[in-house]
Write a protein that binds this ligand. Structure first.
Ligand code: SAH
Ligand code: SF4
Length: 360
């Protein structure tokens, strides 16, 4: 799909377009298409170099770490791409208790993390009251640490309660802006409009909001990716998470090909240039496809890594896609290894909270 041959851009045209991407000026739809579909290897490298400069100007050579606690593998939703979908009877299910989540945070604190990310399926037993209570307890034990939630679509009142309990950030990928593509990826009980409404509600409630999408999800076209970028322009998120789609056994897309790591890296660079201050992770999905995913992601403009802080016994059960990595650079207990890998490419681990710069 990404091999469509289009007219190559000349050098001057390319450089002026890159300058525009890295500014508040308008970039036309057809220009995004060209950037996504017709760059030479050399132009991709130049783009990555510019993206690194943009990241450096805002964050120096630091890469923020967030401790990721996967709080439940139960989910009431049935997204067609995800291994945790409720119809996947073969999925291993677990849910962490409040005390287990707090234990993970305590371990994270002792390892030096200043941000915790609580992520999970939409588990009916981890209801709004449970999440608010967990957040309040983490906040009272660790008042200076940032609490990020990623527990799906909830009501505005629930988001408000989580915020009041002490959560300051929320990750909810829009997945795809196209209504048609959204319905290719999700059952009719879920809608692109509700995702969108959730994201804007989170923004209004004062969260630092993260959105994003999978690269190479089934049925995705270049036009869809352009729509995704345009949606991010409208939302102006503080954090942007993108990673390649990876097939998951037990889903309708289990035999679909994985997304392209190269296309993911290109998008990372474009997003870094367009949203220079955004917190953009080198995702676990990228590291699942590429052994040097952290390095490649950072060198493409990413500035966050989210090592896994879940109890070791459950890590393999949070199987949103096949072979999901949770060791090495993806393990909270191996920060030293992450540090060495970053050092080898001229970067370092930044243990700070890593808020969006203008809020800092
Ligand atoms: N339930 C929450 C959080 C857990 S899923 C939610 O959906 O927001 C977190 C992210 O994993 C999703 O946003 C999706 O983009 C990603 N994901 C799910 N299945 C995937 C797959 N097969 N390949 C790559 N990423 C996937
Ligand atoms: Fe549930 Fe999230 Fe997976 Fe969808 S992507 S099935 S909401 S865990």
């Amino acid at each position: 799909m990404f091999a469509i041959k289009r007219k190559k851009m000349g050098e001057n045209e390319f450089l002026s377009l890159v300058g525009r991407v890295n500014s508040a000026k308008k970039v036309e739809r057809h220009e995004w298409v060209s950037l996504l579909a017709s760059l030479t290897g050399e132009q991709r490298e130049l783009l990555a170099a510019r993206a690194r400069e943009a990241a450096h100007a805002n964050f120096g050579n630091g890469v923020f770490v967030r401790g990721l606690v996967e709080i439940s593998s139960y989910c009431k939703n049935n997204c067609y791409y995800c291994g945790l979908r409720c119809a996947n009877k073969a999925a291993s299910r677990y849910r962490l208790s409040k005390e287990e989540i707090l234990e993970c945070c305590r371990e994270g604190a002792s390892l030096g993390f200043n941000t915790f990310v609580l992520q999970g399926g939409e588990d009916p037993l981890q209801n709004d009251a449970f999440i608010a209570d967990v957040v309040a307890s983490i906040h009272s034990e660790f008042p200076s640490k940032a609490i990020t939630l990623s527990v799906g679509e909830r009501s505005r009142a629930a988001y408000d309660a989580f915020r009041k309990a002490g959560a300051t950030r929320y990750l909810l990928r829009h997945e795809t802006r196209s209504v048609e593509h959204y319905s290719h990826l999700h059952p009719s009980a879920m809608s692109a409009d509700n995702r969108r409404a959730c994201l804007f509600a989170l923004r209004e409630l004062g969260y630092q909001v993260g959105s994003g999408f999978m690269v190479g999800s089934p049925g995705q076209t270049i036009e869809h990716l352009v729509d995704d970028i345009l949606f991010l322009e409208e939302l102006q998120p503080h954090m942007i998470g993108i990673g390649p789609f990876i097939p998951a056994t037990g889903t309708p897309f289990e035999n679909s090909p994985a997304g392209s790591a190269e296309q993911t890296l290109l998008l990372l660079s474009l997003l870094r240039l367009r949203f220079p201050k955004a917190l953009i992770p080198a995702t676990t999905a990228l590291s699942t496809l590429l052994a040097d995913g952290v390095e490649r992601g950072v060198l493409a403009g990413a500035n966050v890594v989210m090592p896994n802080l879940s109890p070791r016994a459950v890590r393999s059960k949070y199987s949103i896609y096949n072979n999901k990595k949770s060791s090495g650079s993806e393990s909270a207990q191996q920060l030293e290894q992450l540090g060495l890998r970053l050092q080898a490419i001229g970067y370092r681990v930044d243990y700070g909270r890593g808020d969006y710069p203008s809020l800092g």
